[in-house]
Write a protein that binds this ligand. Sequence first.
Ligand SMILES: CC(C)(COP(=O)(O)OP(=O)(O)OC[C@H]1O[C@@H](n2cnc3c(N)ncnc32)[C@H](O)[C@@H]1OP(=O)(O)O)[C@@H](O)C(=O)NCCC(=O)NCCS
Length: 279
Amino acid sequence: MQIIDIAIAPMGVEHLEDAVRLSRQSGWPHRPEDWRLALALSDGFVAITASGKVAGTILLTSYGRDCATINMVIVDESMRGRGLGRRLMEAAMALAGDRPLRLVATADGLPLYERLGFRETGTIVQHQGIAVAIAAPQNIQVANAADLSSILDLDRQAYGADRTSLIRKLADVGQYAVIRRDSQISAFAAVRSFGRGDVIGPVVAANLDDAKSLVSHFISSRTGAFLRVDTGIETGLAPWLTDLGLAPVGGGIAMARPAIILPATPAVTTFALANQALG
Ligand SMILES: CC(C)(COP(=O)(O)OP(=O)(O)OC[C@H]1O[C@@H](n2cnc3c(N)ncnc32)[C@H](O)[C@@H]1OP(=O)(O)O)[C@@H](O)C(=O)NCCC(=O)NCCS
C-alpha cells in the first residue's frame, strides 16, 4: 500500500476497538476502558487506510495551556518504517501549537522523537507484581471531596502544570489517599484499575518516606492483587518497590520539547506517574 493512501483523521470512540488491537500488538496492557479514559482526556488522531483500517494512533493530552503529553503513539507492525509515525507526531504537534510537550519514549519511539526536537529529561521504570501482605501505615487517610483542591495544588507544584482534568477524572474512576499535617494535606496518592490490575499513581510527596507510606497504604489493602507503579529512577522509590516484590519490567525515557526546567529543590516531588502515557 502506498503511504499516500493513508489519511490522518481525528480519533473517535469508533476507533477504540482498533486502538486496543494495536496496543495489544505492542504488548501493552490497555483495556478498552483504559483507552476510553485516555481519549476522554485527549485529542486523538488515527492513521486510516482508504478501506477504513486503522494503521496507527496518537493522543495529545493537554493540561490547560501549560503543557501537553503525547502518548499512545503506535503504528501497525506491518506499516512501520514508512513515515506514518512521523505524520502522526506532526499532526499532534501542530494541534499542540506552542504548548511545551512531554512524553515517555520506548526504544522504538526514541529516534523519531529525537529527530523532532525532544530531549531526554529522565528515566522511568515500570514496576509490577502481586501485592504481598504488609502492615497498613497509620498516617494515611482516605481523601474526601473537599480535599481535591489541595490535591490539585500539590500536583501542580510537583508536575509544573495544571492537571485539573486528569486529577478530577482519577477521582471519578479511582481513589485518593492523603497525609495530613497540621490539618493541611502534605502528600497524596491515587489508585485506579488499569491494564492487568491496579496502578498506583500519581504519588506526590515532600519526601521518600511519605511516598512509601502512601504506596504501602494501597498495597496493604490489595494483598494478592496485581499492582503497577511507574516511577522516575531519580526518586529513589524503585529499589524499595523491588524489595516488596514489584519487579522492574521495563520503562522508558522521559522527554520534553523544549527541555523542562523544574525548580532544583521543589517543595513536593512526583514519586510515581499516573502512568507512562499520562505523566
Ligand atoms: C515508534 C513507532 C510509532 C514509529 O512508527 P513508524 O511509522 O515506524 O515511524 P516512521 O517510519 O515515521 O519513522 C520516524 C523516523 O524515525 C526514524 N527511525 C525509525 N526507527 C529508527 C531506528 N531504529 N533508528 C534510527 N531511526 C529510526 C525514521 O528513519 C524516521 O526518520 P525520518 O522521518 O527523519 O526519516 C513504531 O515503531 C511503533 O508503533 N512502535 C511500537 C509502539 C511504540 O513503542 N511506540 C512509541 C511509544 S513512546
